[in-house]
Write a protein that binds this ligand. Structure first.
Ligand code: SF4
Length: 417
């Protein structure tokens, strides 16, 4: 979910949109090594602890605990060459070389910031690339991770949606984003923690790629992986109701919900998925999620768009919804609201709300005893803020072509005016 990610302030080492001319060639070139390297050998990034133990036992004929050593080499020390895993015997290293590989996503380019913020364009295959963003803040460092190449859900205010959809990311491609960022930061789990939080809020709807996302999140939380506490891994969904229940059965991660509107009519317009899972069903699923995990809360993301969903009447409806939720689960502040000023992108019909309207909206919620924060918006000038991740998507839907046509018509209209 790109809309919920915290915003960033990047001073570009390399300016311009990630889909600038020439990037297709760079995706292909940079990713060539990604796909060519021994695809019949198992990529160990794809395996969580239990699966890796199984692999050691069943494929390599080794003791299960040996898998733990390899996990530490990969996720704590960022070593991908088995020959450099010096506490493994020569024979084991040989077997690993024959049957396995550790293949991270290819960094096509990254954009550093003076404040430590970082954005990566990562090649996933010769035609597709996704974006991941690291956002440092007081005492914490959050990585925003993508779950799909593009997104099929078509939320109207989201830049990713204009790219269309290609495919789900594998577990390796998801955890690989964490690995690339953690290595860059010099993160050492349990010792020198630079990466403190991961949010599944980048490109894609994570619950539409359930198994791979859940497996990747288990590596993020594993002590042999990145050792993050459950509450420090957040999955953000547009509201896939059955999958919220399924997530509650298998995982304890924090949940964020992209609400963006306080009533069904408006929400269906902004988030088409609402037609299938309207607000009442969504809130009921959230209640079930919280009931399974006492003392947890849910963050409701609300992107504020000028004249669309930012009026006092919307704030009052939202406050009512949030209070109903607190009452239903019998917990104060079970519902938290994150207000995100909309980040415009080329071709969008929406505008950012006026600052005075944002403050008034927040005040109305706070006065109604709803815990409400406003996210600072930075990086919108470089397409790096919330809702602006694009990557490079070989669209398998018609949406990208339609959006380009719309853009061309808009530009022609502007020129004629
Ligand atoms: S289209 Fe919706 S679900 Fe998909 S990435 Fe954008 S905001 Fe998230």
């Amino acid at each position: 979910m790109t809309t919920q990610r915290d915003s960033i302030d990047i001073q570009l080492a390399e300016t311009g949109n990630t889909t600038a001319p020439g990037s297709a060639e760079r995706v292909a070139a940079a990713s060539a090594g990604n796909t060519a390297a021994g695809s019949d050998r198992k990529n160990l990034f794809d395996l969580d602890r239990v699966q890796l133990e199984d692999f050691f036992e069943e494929v390599l004929g080794e003791k299960r605990y040996r898998a733990h050593q390899v996990m530490k080499w990969i996720h704590h020390r960022y070593v991908t060459d088995f020959n450099d895993m010096t506490d493994l015997g020569k024979a084991l290293r040989g077997k690993l070389e024959q049957h396995a590989q550790v293949r991270a996503p290819m960094v096509i380019f990254d954009k550093p910031s003076t404040d430590g913020t970082h954005k990566w364009l990562l090649g996933m295959d010769p035609k597709n690339a996704i974006e991941a963003v690291f956002i440092p803040d007081k005492g914490r460092g959050t990585l925003c991770v993508s779950s799909q190449v593009g997104c099929a859900l078509n939320c109207q205010f989201c830049s990713t949606a204009t790219q269309g959809f290609n495919r789900n990311l594998s577990t390796a491609e998801i955890i690989g984003q964490v690995w690339v960022a953690a290595r860059h930061l010099g993160n050492v789990p349990h010792i020198q923690r630079k990466l403190t939080n991961v949010v599944m809020m980048g490109m894609g709807e994570p619950l539409a790629n359930f198994d791979n996302v859940v497996r990747a999140m288990s590596i993020m939380r594993d002590d042999l992986g990145y050792g993050l506490a459950n509450k420090r891994v957040t999955l953000s969904t547009a509201g896939m109701v059955p999958m919220i229940d399924k997530l509650g059965e298998v995982s304890d991660v924090s949940l964020a919900v992209s609400l963006h509107a306080p009533n069904d009519e408006l929400r269906t317009e902004l988030v088409p998925l609402n037609k299938k899972y309207p607000i009442a069903e969504l809130m009921a699923a959230c209640e079930r999620y919280v009931r399974r995990k006492p003392r947890s809360s849910i963050t409701f993301e609300y992107t504020l768009m000028k004249g669309v969903n930012d009026q006092p009447t919307h704030a009052r409806q939202l406050a009512r919804l949030m209070r109903q939720f607190d009452n239903a689960v019998q917990m104060k502040d079970a519902a938290k609201v994150n207000l995100i000023p909309f980040n415009p992108f080329p071709g969008t019909r929406f505008e950012r709300s006026e600052e005075s309207d944002i403050r008034a909206f927040q005040k109305l919620l706070l006065d109604s005893h709803v815990l409400t924060m406003v996210r600072r918006t930075r990086g919108d000038d470089i397409d790096a803020a919330c809702g602006q991740l694009k990557g490079q998507v070989m669209d398998r839907t018609r949406r990208q072509a339609e959006f380009r046509k719309h853009l061309a018509q808009q530009e022609a209209g502007d020129a004629a005016a």
